[in-house]
Design a protein around this ligand. Structure first.
Ligand SMILES: *Cc1c(COP(=O)(O)O)cnc(C)c1O
Length: 218
């Protein structure tokens, strides 16, 4: 479909919700996509990308960064504690902070480096047992911890359960963010970003609608 069509749909969804489209960042999710597809989107001028694995991103983005300036790279997949250092070095934002231990490690590396990626706390809004994200009952405490560590906390992120109406989860995330004085909302993917925008999304993560179906599962 391409970035320009998605941008037009973002504009329409924002206007319908009485919002300024400029408040919404389109993260083009490039995980497992062939490099030529990613490069085509870079060449069109899009600069904000999302990856869900540190190692895959390390193999891809340093070379793109040499060739294209202004790349803004977001980690949107689960982060293991032993990958926090390379994650802080490579990414401009991390959307998947879901436990205090991870926040502390990120804060340590950020302090050594003198700069930190923007941080989002991932919330398991469906309280699903297998799913990443902090429990609903722990969100406020984790937000407090991130602030105490001086991390640049921008907002909350969620991935709704696949078999439930996403807008209910988006609305819940918005409520949790407001309660904590946070304005960033990382929510909405190819199939539901318009509904996420209606609920206040500031960062939408769109993969297959831009690049086509992923060649192998992520
Ligand atoms: C893969 C992925 C996306 C993008 O999914 P699409 O349905 O291809 O748009 C968004 N968010 C996360 C966390 C993902 O892992």
């Amino acid at each position: 479909m391409g970035v320009s069509e998605i941008t037009a749909r973002i504009g329409a969804a924002a206007r319908k919700a009485g919002r300024d489209p400029a408040e919404i960042t389109l993260i083009a999710v490039s995980k497992v996509q062939p490099l030529d597809r990613v490069e085509a989107v870079l060449a069109e001028g899009h600069r904000v990308y999302g990856e869900n694995r540190v190692q895959e991103a390390q193999g891809k983005w340093p070379a793109f960064r040499e060739k294209y300036s202004g790349i803004d790279l977001h980690l949107i997949g689960p982060l293991q504690s032993n990958k926090t250092r390379p994650a802080v070095e490579l990414f401009d934002a991390i959307h998947t902070v879901d436990r205090a231990k991870l926040a502390r490690r990120l804060a340590d590396h950020a302090q050594e480096r003198g700069q930190s990626p923007d941080i989002f706390v991932q919330v398991n809004t469906g309280d699903e047992t297998q799913k990443a994200g902090c429990a609903l009952s722990e969100v406020d405490a984790l937000v407090t911890e991130c602030r105490a560590l001086d991390l640049p906390l921008k907002g909350l992120m969620c991935i709704p359960p696949i078999d439930e109406e996403p807008s209910l989860h988006f609305a819940l995330l918005a409520k949790l963010a407001a309660r904590n004085g946070l304005t960033g909302l990382s929510m909405g993917m190819s199939g539901d970003f318009e509904s996420a925008i209606a609920q206040g999304a500031t960062h939408i993560r769109v993969g297959s609608a831009i690049f086509g179906d992923r060649v192998k599962p992520a």
